[in-house]
Ligand binder design. Sequence first.
Ligand SMILES: [Zn+2]
Length: 259
Amino acid sequence: MNVQPQPVSAADTGQPRERIELAAAYRLIAHYHLDDSIFTHISARAPAAEGEHAFLINPFGLRFDEVTASSLVTVDINGDILRDNHGAGINKAGFTIHSAVHAARPDVHCVLHTHTVAGVAISSMEEGILPLNQWSLQFHNRLAFHDYEGIALDLGERERLVADLGDRNVMVLRNHGLLTCGRTVGEAFALMFNMERACRAQLAIMSSGGRQIRIAEELAEKTARQYEGWDTHHTGNKPDPQWEAFQRLAIKHYPDLVE
Ligand SMILES: [Zn+2]
């Protein structure tokens, strides 16, 4: 079957691609039940026309399934609002993690943070993500960890969080949740989608009580490099076929996201 990608620029609504892609990510996180009420955030660089070093983030109080392209709030690196069509402002404390990462990592276009039961459970175990299955191997030797310091993120914690992240793109926030960084919205989403499944599979394995088959270090590292090869060939370069497919799903189920 020849699947024709639907246009995701949705020029008829007049919304820029950056806004549509981020709104699609919010809808997909809700679609897969990876959201946490009105909390957690996905941020991405705003279109250049909306400000230099400006970012898009969800308006305060909206569920992820309510976010649209035009309702995304444009903020600067300090979280000060440049544009807010919805009018409710943002959760400034929630933007703290995101602004710290954006400020420290100019290579990162999108930062995605979740609190899911599986992600929080794995983040609360010393073992982290174990090399037990193919999904998990994408993250083998590539995870950053940040210890829990309470809800409020002071300036000192921002510095420690960014130092803990370093140049990695996936981080386990101990006792708290998961965070991914992408050169595109699609890359951040795909990393989170796979990390979530790796966490769920690990919990299923652990709770089954079955004897675990650990994948040897050499094979685990080889497989992690194979994942990076895919990323280099597809994710960093448009079009990314997986992200195009996810966006078709989002627009098919939630066509109002482009408004
Ligand atoms: Zn959080």
